[in-house]
Design a protein around this ligand. Structure first.
Ligand SMILES: *Cc1c(COP(=O)(O)O)cnc(C)c1O
Length: 821
């Protein structure tokens, strides 16, 4: 794995990774890195080259790169203190960061020097990079968006902080056994995490349970609560090509010394110590629910834990800042808090509780500060995803917050009835408290009422929330509603995952695209340049060959790199295990069973096709297990066709679609989410568009959708579905395994898939035909890349800065450091 060659000439290095923008391998830097690397191997890892493992090399390198971060990190926060700009706080239950080493080196401009230093030491950077475990503290799109936003906020130079939870276990590792999904715990901290600094000196107390005490003056106090401590771990977030280094602060739960004092006092020392785990379970594990609300007490405690620790920290920082004048009048001028979905929505009643119960502000004053401080991002309109906490659970865990929510609701409804006198139906519809069945709080409504800005994540999605979920609220406060179309960071999703394409682009249009993605428009100049188009094809072929090698190594499956790589990157995950038909049948709800069965079905179809002597040579189906950020980075550069096939109106935005586009894959897609804007940017002739529009979906829904009609009228569709029903893909001893999948499609088909089927096949045929015309295909690829500028998260963040946070989108430029380290 690690070769032993001496040293390389400069031209060798340039060949290996291109000179472009990966930083210049200055001799002084290379010497320095080698020295630091060896020093860490010796003093930090306490190993020599004879016994060092690949992981020791990874850790030595991580510590070496970390050393380059420290001064920038300290100086950034000194500078923020001196300048005292408005701070932006991004609150999210998920930060799906993936790997850190490559990104840090790229953003610091160290890649080239490190590569050369390692080469001189007989080590290979790419092999070392593969050792790092992903930080998988997210389910998918929502958590990855938060990670892309951190990169953009640091690169733009915003004084911004990410706040989240440091789960001991991130998203589970997905294994496929006999075609069934099996979940394994993601013990990502097992070998230590070199990218964080624990701050045990800054513990903060967090309360749960207890009751509300009313003082003689009518003031309220939360008393008799249990305390858990929140301990911060800081991760540096360096900007690209600047000297800024922001912070992602993640909280972990610690039991206080006094936890379970009762048992201590009664002499049950051992069990009292063991019980401390209970308190610390709050930050144990990420809930693997993507777009699905489960309503578990532990999840509520996680949400409050994040919010309570973060607000204490924000207020402490505000109090220590230069602009603090012993009151909270200017709080919202100095603090912007963005709520990533409703998961951190308890921040609204928590800030009210601090202002009213602790700081003794009057309700109206406190409320206007809150509304001016908070902004809320909605991520979905699917009803099963909306958080609606039972009043019972809130009353038990957070009694004072429930009271405050009731107070907010009472004042809000009074305002609504003033605006719409006598419109009782509207008042009932807009109540934060749902009375039908089990009493619940609608957290999305709480967010809309408690924020000055509400945004969707793609234009079509922002329009839909105004028409449906928040219709009444939009009528009341149209000025609150905005759109912020999602984006992705071009650093991770092009510069570092696709060096071949990066170098080609920099060669043709210069490297400015890395921080100004609109520069890609210049590529349109080359749309008829055969030479450039051939180079583009070559880069794609190389990436496909590399991916085919990887698939052979990792999955022992042979794929032909000259065939079309047609990829769907949807993640399918569920909480409960079903690794056999019996377990499948035992799952409580149909959607869960369906997902598990579909994973099994895909793998079964793959088995049949890949083993077919005729079809198997021309078509291969592959289910890549354990999809995650580091695997995604390998997939996008190799993709030819991107499947973005959600029924119109169901996908809020998508960001996978943007990653494919940026890496020169063509899209087959519906007019849904950000596909709509992608199509607009590239021109409809450069996308394989199919399926119903949102309007057509709505009309079909109103007129009564009958999937069985489509089944009956299309022989081809019927043949496919019958194969699923009749056991062509089923194991011999269980022919009826996929009967439920068939039934759900033919008799329910919630997402109207059968209605779109025919047009989908038409678009697939068109894509296949176009692929045979390499000249045309490569020209479309080029025009896709050229149109991807809008989908940089730098653009998204600039819009948040201007339209929601009221901070300068150009950020703060830190002066260059005086010394190298
Ligand atoms: C980008 C990304 C997602 C989101 O992809 P969508 O196709 O938009 O759902 C999910 N998981 C990973 C690992 C990603 O990189």
């Amino acid at each position: 794995m690690f070769n032993d060659s001496e040293s390389a000439s400069d031209s060798d290095i340039e060949k290996r990774r291109g000179l472009s923008v990966r930083g210049i391998a200055e001799v002084a830097n290379v010497v320095n890195i080698k020295k630091t690397f060896n020093r860490h191997l010796h003093f930090t890892l306490v190993k020599d080259r004879n016994v060092a493992t690949p992981r020791d090399y990874y850790l030595s390198l991580a510590h070496t790169v970390w050393d380059h971060l420290c001064s920038r990190w300290i100086r950034t926060h000194q500078f923020y203190y001196q300048q005292d700009p408005k701070r932006v706080y991004y609150l999210s239950l998920e930060f799906y960061m993936g790997r850190t080493l490559t990104n840090t080196m790229a953003n610091l401009g160290l890649t080239q020097a490190v590569e050369e230093a390692l080469y001189q030491l007989g080590l290979d950077l790419e092999d070392i990079e593969e050792i790092e475990d992903d930080a998988g503290l997210g389910n998918g799109g929502l958590g990855r968006l938060a990670a892309c936003f951190l990169d953009s906020m640091a690169t733009l130079g915003l004084a911004a902080y990410g706040y989240g939870i440091r789960y001991d276990y991130g998203i589970f590792q997905q294994k496929i056994a006999d075609g069934w999904q099996v979940e394994e715990p993601d013990d990502w901290l097992r070998f230590g995490n070199p990218w964080e600094k624990a701050r045990p000196e800054y513990l903060l107390p967090i309360s749960f349970y207890g009751r509300v005490d009313v003082g003689p003056d009518g003031s309220k106090r939360w008393v008799d609560a249990q305390t858990v401590l929140a301990m911060p771990y800081d991760t540096p977030v360096p900007g690209f090509g600047n000297n800024n280094c922001n912070t992602l602060r993640l909280w972990t739960a610690k039991a206080p010394q006094s936890f379970n004092l009762h048992s201590f006092n009664s002499g049950e020392y051992i069990s009292a110590v063991c019980d401390r785990n209970q308190a610390e379970n709050i930050s144990r594990v990420l809930y693997p629910n993507d777009n699905f609300f489960e309503g578990k007490e532990l999840r509520l405690k996680q949400e409050y834990f994040l919010v309570a620790a973060t607000l204490q920290d924000i207020i402490r920082r505000f109090r220590n800042s230069k602009s603090y004048n012993h009151c909270f009048d200017n709080f919202a001028d100095k603090v912007a808090i963005q709520l990533n979905d409703t998961h951190p929505s308890l921040a609204i009643p928590e800030l009210m509780r601090i202002f009213i119960d602790q700081e003794k502000l009057a309700w109206d004053a406190a409320w206007s500060i809150c509304v001016a401080t908070f902004a809320y991002t909605n991520h979905t309109i699917l009803p099963e995803a909306l958080e609606r906490w039972p009043v019972q659970t809130l009353a038990k865990c957070l009694p004072r917050h429930l009271e405050i929510i009731y107070d907010i609701n009472q004042r809000f409804l009074a305002y609504v009835s003033e605006r719409y006198p006598g419109d009782m139906d509207r008042i009932r519809r807009m109540s934060l408290v749902e009375e039908d069945g089990c009493k619940r709080i609608n957290m999305a409504y709480l967010c809309v009422v408690g924020s000055h800005a509400v945004n969707g994540v793609a234009r079509i999605h922002s329009d839909l929330i105004k028409k449906h979920v928040f219709k009444d609220f939009y009528e009341l406060w149209p000025e609150r509603f905005q759109n912020k179309t999602n984006g992705i960071t071009p650093r991770r999703w092009l510069l570092l995952c696709n060096p071949g394409l990066s170098d080609l682009l920099s060669d043709k249009i210069g490297p400015a695209w890395i921080t100004d993605l609109d520069q890609l428009r210049q590529l349109t100049d080359f749309q008829d340049n055969e030479h450039v188009l051939r180079e583009l094809v070559k880069v794609k072929s190389q990436a496909k060959r590399k991916f085919a090698d990887f698939v052979m190594r990792e999955f022992k499956v042979k794929i032909d790199p000259s065939s079309m790589f047609d990829i769907q990157d949807r993640i399918i995950r569920t909480t409960q295990s079903a690794n056999s038909p019996e377990r499948l049948a035992a799952l409580p709800t149909w959607p869960l069973r369906n997902i598990k069965a579909i994973i099994k079905l895909i793998n079964s179809v793959a088995k049949v096709i890949n083993n077919d002597p005729i079809v198997g040579n021309r078509l291969r189906v592959l289910f890549l297990e354990n999809y995650r950020v580091s695997l995604a980075e390998k997939i996008f550069p190799a993709a030819d066709l991107s499947e973005q096939i959600s029924t119109a109106g169901t996908e809020a935005s998508g960001t996978g679609n943007m990653k494919f586009m940026l890496n020169g894959a063509l899209t087959i897609g519906t007019m849904d989410g950000a596909n709509v804007e992608m199509c607009e940017e590239m021109g409809r002739e450069n996308m394989f568009v199919f399926g119903m529009s949102v309007e057509e979906v709505e009309a079909l829904s109103r007129s009564g959708y009958r999937p069985a009609d489509h089944y009956a009228s299309s022989p081809e569709l019927r043949r496919c579905l019958d194969m699923i029903r009749d056991g062509v893909f089923s194991p011999p001893d269980n022919a009826g395994l996929f009967r439920d999948v068939f039934d759900s499609l033919v008799y329910h088909d919630r997402f109207m898939l059968l209605a779109d089927y025919k047009d989908y096949i038409r678009a697939q045929d068109l894509a296949a035909e176009t692929y045979l015309d390499q000249a045309k295909w490569s020209r479309m690829c080029l025009l896709n890349i050229a149109a991807a500028g809008k989908f940089s998260s730098d653009r998204t963040i600039s819009e948040y800065a201007k339209d929601i946070w009221n901070v300068d989108p150009h950020g703060i430029k830190l002066p260059a450091p005086t010394s190298r380290l």
